[in-house]
Ligand binder design. Structure first.
Ligand code: ZN
Length: 305
C-alpha cells in the first residue's frame, strides 16, 4: 500500500495493536498457554501487548512465538518496514530503513533479516505444473587472490567460478519463482544433476511438467526415463530462443535479483543469501495481488515464523 494508505490504516499505536490481535487471534483473544478465553489486558490498558489469563494465572505477550517477540521496537515501525520492503522492487538496505524509521543500524538489519526469513515461510505453496523454466546463476564478490604473483590469471566466469550458485525455477503459468542457494555437496561438487532434480521435485508436480533448460550438462539427468520430467533444451551457443522454447523468464528474474545485489545490498553473505532470495521470490509471487492482501499475508507469515 502507498505511504498515505499506510498512514490512514495505522494512525495510532492502538490501531496497529488491534490489527495484529485480530490477525493472530480473530475476534476472541485466547491464552497461548492453556487456550482459555478468560484473558484480560494487563491493567485494563487497551494498548498493552500483555494479557493476563484468569484460568492458568499467567501473563503472556501477544507477540510470543512471532518475529516481533523480544523486540523493543514499536510495532508500527515493524509494519512500516514490512510495507517498505514490499514496495521496494530491488530491496531496501538496512541503512535506508535506519534513516526512514529512526533506529540503529543493527536494529534495522535485524528487522529486515527476520522479515526476509518470514517471506520464505510460505504455507500451502502451490506446486508448479505445465511449463517451467530452470536456470542457475552465480552471485558474490570476486574471491581474493591468495598470491598476486603466482596467480595472475583472470578469474573464471560462469560455471567455472568460485561464486555461490543459486538455482531458480519459474512457472510460465503463474509467473511464480522458486529459488534456492545451491551449496556444494559432500564431495564439494556444485550443481550436480541430483541437486537440480531435487529442487525441481520440491516445487513442481512430477509427471505433469515440461522443463525448459539450457545446454548445461547436469540437466541431462532430466532426460533419463525415471526422472519424471520432460526436458526441452535450448543451446545458448546457437541462439537464445526458438519460439516458446527459451529460459528468458527466469533470466529476467536473475537480472532483477542482481540489480538488487549490485545496487542495494552490495554484499550478501552466503549464510543469509537464501533470505535475500526469499525476499525477491515473495515479491515476484505476489506481484498481481491487492497490496493490502499481500501486506496481510506477510504479517501472517511473520506471526507463524
Ligand atoms: Zn491460560
Amino acid at each position: 500500500m502507498t505511504f498515505l494508505e499506510f498512514g490512514f490504516l495505522f494512525p495510532t499505536k492502538k490501531s496497529v495493536i488491534d490489527y495484529f490481535v485480530e490477525l493472530r487471534f480473530g475476534t476472541q483473544p485466547h491464552c497461548i498457554h492453556c487456550g482459555s478465553v478468560k484473558v484480560y489486558r494487563k491493567n485494563g490498558d487497551s494498548q498493552s501487548r500483555f494479557f493476563h489469563c484468569n484460568d492458568c494465572s499467567t501473563e503472556f505477550s501477544i507477540f510470543h512465538g512471532t518475529i516481533f517477540y523480544n523486540s523493543q521496537t514499536d510495532l508500527r515501525k515493524w509494519f512500516f518496514a514490512i510495507n517498505t520492503i514490499l514496495l521496494a522492487k530491488k530491496g531496501i538496505s538496512a541503512l535506508q530503513l535506519q534513516r526512514e524509521i529512526g533506529c540503529t543500524y543493527k536494529t534495522a538489519w535485524r528487522m529486515l533479516n527476520l522479515i526476509r526469513k518470514a517471506m520464505g515461510n510460505e504455507k500451502d505453496r502451490q506446486l508448479f505444473e505445465a511449463i517451467v523454466e530452470i536456470d542457475e546463476t552465480y552471485v558474490g564478490g570476486r574471491p581474493r587472490k591468495k598470491n598476486w604473483h603466482a596467480d595472475n590469471k583472470p578469474l573464471k566466469r560462469g560455471r567455472g567460478t568460485t561464486k555461490t550458485p543459486i538455482i531458480g525455477v519459474k512457472s510460465r503459468t503463474t509467473k511464480g519463482v522458486y529459488a534456492r542457494v545451491a551449496l556444494p555437496n559432500k564431495e564439494g561438487k556444485k550443481l550436480s544433476g541430483k541437486q537440480l532434480l531435487g529442487i525441481l521435485l520440491e516445487c513442481c508436480k512430477p509427471n505433469n511438467t515440461i522443463v525448459m533448460t539450457d545446454e548445461f550438462r547436469s540437466y541431462g539427468i532430466l532426460d533419463r526415463k525415471d526422472s519424471q520430467f520432460q526436458r526441452l533444451c535450448i543451446n545458448h551457443s546457437e541462439c537464445y530462443a526458438i519460439g516458446d522454447l527459451h529460459t528468458n523468464g527466469i533470466e529476467g528474474f536473475w537480472s532483477l535479483f542482481k540489480r538488487g545485489f549490485y545496487g542495494t545490498y552490495h554484499k550478501m553473505s552466503v549464510k543469509h543469501m537464501q533470505n535475500y532470495l526469499n525476499e525477491f521470490c515473495f515479491r515476484q509471487n505476489n506481484l498481481n495481488k491487492d497490496s493490502d492482501d499481500v501486506f496481510e499475508l506477510l504479517v501472517r507469515q511473520c506471526i507463524a515464523a
